[in-house]
Design a protein. Structure first.
Lengths: 324, 304
């Protein structure tokens, strides 16, 4: 294993692709930091899609092309001919993928953190920051392992690269869909309202401009104006048909936690909650953001599970693969 | 005899296609074994199996006495080098970098042997030129250099002269002969260029439709393809007596047919046979090449 990794590191050092994609990761982090600090991006909800997803695309590009080259140049044969088992070859590729994931993540985060330290980080508690950084590093590793498995199991370099890019988009769309489903409330409140004629005192308030509330007016044939106020009354709460019940709700929640984009969405929501405390879409306590987003503490475990699952699948299928 | 590689009823099936069908062969130590067969005969499939790239459907092989299903087979593979189909080289690295990569892969601590290896294959002057810019012959030679990186004593080359120009073929041939004669490396070469193999091989294995048709040494092949005169007479027993009296080498094929290997005075022979009441029915010059011998074994009718 050590020999395989030494050889991979040597190859990386002489690979123009490696240095280009590493530089692209640094640029991506710099750009993310600058835009965050300057606050020049208005649409908070698609911020991560625009600035974080490209980082994963860069990661996919390097791993797909680097692994695909092994099949294109047939150099994967050399490893097996020298007496290395397929399991060892795949395992070394996975370890290398983990290393690349951490390295590229560091290349993204370090310049980003340096820039954010000038103004973007002060509102964020240390606990949230540490959890987010750990989560992001683990997510980079999850993606790196997935791209490595795809690259090793699909010998056609072009097909593997396209599949990795499609997976990023597919996971993103799936995560958004799951989030939309899980955010559905259990009950829908239907509101009834009626129009009631206003009292003279209320009409006087309208004329003085001090009346607060909804009102309307109508003019009859004789030109007489009548003011009506809108009175709302709560009707009985009805069950939401789009609400997913147990145990499927738990299954979908677990699936959302397993998806990298599902985690990114939650991290982004928590960071937004810290950075823009008045901009709260739901009733959450202000004192500890992590309590408001309890799933954050479990995400590292889900990422580790993803890494183990993908690695196991990769090792199993590559062992049976016939090398031409 | 000491064998480096022995296969025992090796079979390989790909879905609906039988690539190898009970192949049994023996590669003697120190030989240049020419593995001959037409396209699709199973040559590359066999090489993939012994290199560990694929698993056989049934049967087994032994490499340096270790069975293919043993855990130690990987240790045996460390003593061999192979170039399967095309040379496996990183096209974005130089020749030296490719060899350094291979040295790291094999855990060889020092790069000292690299200049000598490059000189052996004639690539010592490539400098910083990327392997992707090499000619086909240079790529083949670099592939052989990579295969030699671990100092193997068994080299497997799958159609090494494929796509090479005449000079490239000569260079590869001379390299193989040098490796075998000076470095005592056993070489297994698969090829369908019979003329080229005939200048190299000490042993031949002729394969067709996944089966070994014949294994033969170069000496035996030379004897089988030897130039002679085929005579058809009324009684070969009489012919044998006459030829013995003339000290002429011959071989009786049947009761009426014999091959005469030495040059003989036809008039004297015919007169001597006539005295013994033996009729000469026909005389034909026979000179079988490796090509005609191969075609006689595997049949060339389907290409007519």
């Amino acid at each position: 294993m050590r020999k395989l990794l030494s050889a991979e590191i040597y190859r990386c050092r002489h690979s123009l692709l490696f240095w280009l994609t590493l530089f692209a990761s640094v640029l991506s982090g710099v750009f993310y930091g600058i835009v965050t600090v300057s606050g020049s991006f208005d649409d908070v909800y698609s911020f991560e899609d625009v600035f974080v997803v490209p980082f994963f695309v860069i990661l996919a590009a390097f791993i797909s092309l680097n692994t695909g080259r092994e099949y294109m140049d047939n150099t994967i044969r050399n490893k097996i001919i020298t007496g290395t088992s397929k399991t060892a070859v795949m395992f070394s590729k996975l370890v290398f993928g983990v290393g690349i994931g951490v390295l590229f993540c560091a290349a993204f985060l370090v310049p980003c953190a340096i820039i954010l330290s000038f103004g973007g980080l002060s509102e964020i508690p240390a606990s949230v920051l540490c959890l987010t950084v750990l989560g992001f590093v683990l997510l980079s590793v999850v993606w790196a392992v997935l791209f490595t498995v795809i690259g090793m199991l699909i010998s056609a370099k072009g097909v593997g690269s396209i599949m990795n890019l499609v997976l990023i988009i597919a996971v993103m769309l799936l995560a958004y869909q799951l989030e939309s489903i899980l955010r559905q409330p259990e009950f829908i409140t239907t509101t009834e309202f009626s129009q009631v004629q206003m009292t003279p005192e209320e009409v006087k308030q309208i004329q003085e401009g001090t009346y607060e509330g909804n009102y309307s007016l109508s003019t009859d044939e004789n030109g007489q104006v009548t003011y009506y106020k809108t009175v709302f009354s709560d009707a009985e709460q009805t069950p939401n048909p789009k609400y997913v019940k147990q145990p499927f709700r738990d299954i979908l929640a677990h699936l959302d936690s397993m998806l990298p984009q599902g985690q990114i969405n939650e991290y982004a929501s928590c960071l937004t909650h810290c950075t823009y405390p008045d901009d709260q879409a739901d009733d959450t306590p202000e004192n500890d953001p992590i309590n408001a987003y309890p799933r954050l503490k479990t995400f590292p475990l889900y990422s580790c599970f993803d890494i183990l699952l993908l690695s196991g699948v990769g090792l199993l299928f590559f062992h049976k693969q016939e090398i031409r | 005899m000491n064998y480096i590689l022995q296969t025992n009823n090796l079979t390989k099936r790909y879905k609906h296609f039988q690539a190898l069908n009970g192949l049994t062969m023996n590669v003697p130590k120190g030989s240049v074994y020419g593995f001959v067969g037409k396209n699709g005969a199973g040559k590359t499939t066999l090489i993939r199996l012994i290199c560990g790239l694929q698993e056989p459907t049934s049967g087994d092989f032994t490499l340096y006495g270790i069975r293919s299903d043993s855990k130690d087979i990987r240790k045996s593979r460390r003593r061999m080098g192979a170039v399967v189909e095309t040379a496996a080289i990183y096209t974005d690295m130089t020749a030296e970098e490719n060899l350094k990569y291979q040295y790291l892969l094999m855990g060889i601590p020092s790069y000292q042997g690299i200049p000598e290896l490059l000189k052996l294959v004639g690539l010592e002057d490539t400098g910083k030129k990327k392997a992707g810019n090499f000619s086909l012959g240079m790529k083949q030679r670099l592939g052989i250099a990579i295969a030699l990186a671990g100092d193997p004593d068994f080299l497997v080359l799958d159609e090494p002269a494929n796509g090479l120009d005449p000079q490239g073929i000569v260079e590869i041939r001379e390299l193989i002969l040098k490796l075998n004669r000076q470095h005592q490396i056993t070489v297994l070469i698969s090829s369908h260029i019979l003329d080229e193999l005939s200048r190299l091989a000490t042993h031949y294995g002729i394969i067709d439709s996944g089966r070994m048709v014949k294994e033969i040494s170069a000496e035996e092949l030379e004897a089988a393809c030897r130039k002679c005169t085929r005579m058809e007479v009324s009684d070969t027993a009489v012919l044998a007596c006459v030829l013995d009296s003339m000290n002429v080498e011959y071989k009786i094929i049947s009761a009426t047919t014999a091959d005469v290997f030495s040059k003989v005075n036809v008039t004297r022979l015919t007169e001597a046979l006539t005295k013994e009441n033996c009729e000469v029915l026909s005389m034909q010059e026979k000179d079988e090449s490796l090509e005609s011998y191969y075609l006689s074994l595997v049949g060339g009718g389907d290409r007519a």
